[in-house]
Ligand binder design. Structure first.
Ligand code: ZN
Ligand code: ZN
Length: 332
């Protein structure tokens, strides 16, 4: 499924095309894709809030099997089940890369944005940017762990949440429904803010002690909050219900609309902080896959066919996906 030019998702811009199988270069592996998660960031790419290189094959939650090895590869064997995440490459030399902040590398490239991704039957990737998938997950369950889960894990780390503290999750999609499982495992109390009644009931089932609307007052102030919503209005509200010294983490790459003006006294005073999360490192993905298997995380997954990608993305935009959505590939 190829995106040729930036367009509203309602116009169903992804096109099914027959392309030659990609060939792995030196240190690359060819992966036969079995499942690829659908992420909200893809809406930002399709609609131009993020600039993908076009034409592009989207998809950065890729699960498949190693089908061919390029020259000089050493990490995997044929048939290994691997995952590919948002980080497709980084330079490895700049000070960000050297300080374990490769997510901030000036040459950072995203899978399905600057390099072809997993909305396809085959894809290639550098072996250094692929990960073995823990056995306990099915292909479809593993897909959302690679972005929704791994970036959610980074959000939690950046929030610096501690045991017994209160965590607010604004929006309850693919990422939040995994984050809540980690936060509960870490002994945090979780409050969920979403308009969607179905999302609220999933949140309660996964251990939220309270679920309300985006403007509601939670029963306790929040030590940390993570904002997964694509809208700007959430920011002042989340800051308002933060505890003194609390931190708000912005999890999305782009907001659909601007953040309303903040009032210093109401929103920022008392040492409140705002921090965004940019991209992800290989270590985040690797650490999270281990943690996910240990907990274990149980992703709620809705499966679709590859050719239904436009439909799924429209449902995602309308907030009609429960948990995470995954495209399943058929054999060519
Ligand atoms: Zn993503
Ligand atoms: Zn770098």
């Amino acid at each position: 499924m190829v995106l040729k030019k930036v367009s509203a998702i309602e116009k169903e811009p992804l096109e099914m095309m027959d392309l030659p199988d990609p060939v792995p270069g030196p240190k690359e592996i060819l992966v036969k894709v079995s499942a690829c998660g659908v992420c909200h960031t893809e809406l930002d790419e399709i609609e131009g809030r993020l600039q993908p290189k076009v034409p592009i094959i989207l998809g950065h939650e890729v699960v498949g099997r190693v089908e061919r090895l390029g020259t000089g590869t050493a990490k995997f064997s044929l048939g290994d089940r691997v995952g590919i995440a948002w980080i497709n490459s980084a330079c490895g030399k700049c000070h960000f890369c050297q300080d374990e902040n490769e997510n901030l590398c000036l040459e950072f490239k995203g899978t399905g944005c600057h390099a072809n991704g997993g909305y396809a039957q085959y894809t290639v990737v550098s072996e250094e940017f692929a990960y073995l998938i823990p056995e306990r997950f099915s292909d479809s369950e593993a897909a959302p762990l690679l972005c929704a889960g791994a970036i959610g894990y980074r959000d939690l780390k950046v929030s610096e949440i501690k045991r017994d503290q209160t965590l607010g999750l604004f929006g309850f999609g693919a990422s939040a429904h995994i984050v809540i499982q980690v936060a509960k495992y870490w002994g945090c109390e979780v409050f969920v803010f979403t308009r969607n009644e179905e999302h609220r009931s999933l949140a309660r089932r996964l251990g939220a002690s309270w679920a309300g609307g985006p403007e509601d007052e939670p029963p306790k102030k929040l030590n940390c909050a993570i904002d997964f919503t694509p809208v700007g209005e959430t920011v002042p509200h989340a800051l308002k219900v933060l505890e003194k010294g609390g931190r708000l983490v912005l999890a999305v790459i782009r907001k659909r609309n601007s953040i309303p003006p903040l009032d210093y006294a109401e929103h920022l005073w008392d040492e409140k902080e705002i921090k965004s999360v940019a991209n992800i490192t290989r270590k985040d993905v690797q650490d999270f896959l281990h943690l996910a298997a240990e907990i274990p995380i149980i992703p709620e997954v809705q499966e679709f066919k590859l050719e239904e990608a436009n439909k799924v993305l429209n449902l995602l935009k309308q907030g009609k996906i429960r948990g995470a959505s995954v495209l399943r590939m058929r054999d060519p």
